[in-house]
Design a binder for this molecule. Structure first.
Ligand SMILES: [Zn+2]
Length: 107
């Protein structure tokens, strides 16, 4: 008897607690009333919010805007993380502002 991940459709072992493909928590699937609450504790389990890249992106955006742009583009192309996409836009905006200001100061 096989189960399938409700999130990504990956075939699962019978007693799987997490989907090995997408990381979805599977423990509460038999209890639909608990599915809504699974979202909140799923966040620390799924380590794909690219937090380190977001921080590096902001730092580079201020210090070296060109590299900030590159990290920002990297972040907005992460399809597994809304968080990365959101911060990627901000990183690019910050880099653009810093770049503009430094350009004005140099002249
Ligand atoms: Zn899955």
């Amino acid at each position: 008897m096989s189960k399938y991940c409700p999130s990504c459709g990956e075939e699962l072992v019978d007693n799987a607690k997490f989907c090995k493909n997408c990381g979805k928590n599977l423990e509460n699937i038999e209890n639909p009333q608990d599915v809504n609450t699974s979202q909140s504790f799923q966040v620390p389990v799924v380590e794909n919010d690219h937090k380190a890249a977001v921080i590096v992106g902001y730092v580079l955006a201020v210090l070296i805007p060109l590299f900030g742009f590159i990290v920002g583009i990297y972040l907005i192309t992460r399809n597994d993380s809304q968080n990365a996409k959101k911060h990627g836009k901000y990183v690019i905006i910050v880099a653009a502002i810093v770049w503009f200001i430094s350009f004005m100061l140099i002249r």
